[in-house]
Design a binder for this molecule. Structure first.
Ligand code: NDP
Ligand code: OXD
Length: 290
């Protein structure tokens, strides 16, 4: 097998272009995929495929597949636990107490009374729910279609308001689609428990950025942890950098979790499958957008 590297297929030699059957993509949006006449698969090297579904990026007839990774789901669970616990155990307040040399720290709510809503019950969302439930939080999950999962109150997208009502933490692990873009907005925040915490691990465009600081000012939200942003890297003059109620984590929630041991066999299997005329594993439903 021969591997060529390019961001734009137009930069490849025309003979090479004619031979390519699989494009492995990550990071920047690939260009020129329509110049590859034998292209049989676009294999994303991660979970989110929103950029590949933008018009004109991947020719309609070419299937797109994503990676399925237990390690990535575990890494994101670790990230969500860290930030839920940081807020649950009032880490910032504790640090402030230490600075003013006060012995004793603020009391946190009982775990079982803390309601955590996870938007998205895919491979990652389900793992995150399991990790949160395992340490005793009350966890509820939202998906597009109704699910029945042990130990979890499940809601579908028609039950969004019911799902949001009473959540003290809202974790977004949705794919970015036409339906989910802007779902983290003022209306959503108003429906949560007053002073709720937001953790966005999905995609930047899930959040209506203009609604965040007003929601923090009004007290609808108590804080936000944002792993993903619309513009990455975030420009230095962005207002979120200097707001102490907002923590930006630079798209690191799943950092270093996708190793070759896990993803190479999936890619190899998909190359075999498409070469033999079969559909790839973990393929994306273009109509649903994930
Ligand atoms: P999946 O595609 O496996 O699952 C998506 C889930 O979202 C499904 O449960 C689906 O419902 C639900 N969903 C889709 N549309 C809606 C909707 N309109 N309303 C309610 N629920 C909806 O995704 P993953 O769990 O693998 O990943 C989720 C996202 O996390 C990725 O798309 C990516 O954007 C982001 N991500 C971020 C990373 C980071 O480093 N920050 C790393 C990895 C992923 P149903 O079950 O009914 O289909
Ligand atoms: C992903 C990511 O895999 O954001 O979607 O890392």
């Amino acid at each position: 097998m021969i591997v060529h590297r390019a961001t734009d297929a137009a930069d490849l030699d025309p003979k090479v272009r004619k031979a390519i059957i699989v494009a492995l993509v990550w990071g920047r949006t690939p260009r020129g995929l329509n110049l590859l006449p034998r292209l049989a698969l676009v294999q994303a090297m991660g979970a989110g495929v929103d950029r590949l579904l933008a018009p004109g990026v991947v020719p309609e007839a070419v299937p797109i597949a994503r990676i399925s990774s237990k390690h990535q789901a575990m890494a994101i669970s670790e990230y969500v636990l860290l930030h839920v616990l940081r807020q649950h155990r009032m880490l910032q307040e504790t640090l402030n107490w230490q600075r003013s040399r006060q012995w004793s720290a603020p009391h946190s709510l009982e775990r079982a009374k803390r309601v955590i809503g996870v938007m998205g019950l895919g491979e990652i969302g389900r793992t995150v729910c399991g990790a949160l439930a395992a340490i005793g939080f009350e966890v509820r999950g939202l998906s597009r279609s109704k699910k029945t999962l042990e130990g979890l109150k499940c809601f579908d997208s028609s039950e969004l308001d019911e799902f949001l009502h009473g959540c003290q933490h809202l974790v977004c692990l949705l794919p970015l689609t036409r339906e989910t873009e802007g779902v983290l907005n003022a209306r959503t925040f108003e429906r949560l428990s007053t002073g709720a915490f937001l953790i966005n691990v999905g995609r930047g465009a899930h959040l209506v950025e203009a609604d965040l600081i007003p929601a923090l000012d009004s007290g609808d939200l108590g804080g936000a942890t944002l792993d993903v942003m619309i513009d990455e890297p975030v420009p230095p003059d962005h207002a979120f950098w200097s707001d102490p109620r907002i923590l930006l984590t630079g798209h690191t929630a799943a950092a270093n979790s996708l190793g070759p041991d896990e993803i190479a066999p999936q890619i190899a299997e998909n190359i075999k499958r498409v070469s033999a005329g079969f559909a790839p594993c973990c393929f994306v439903d273009r109509k649903k957008g994930y």
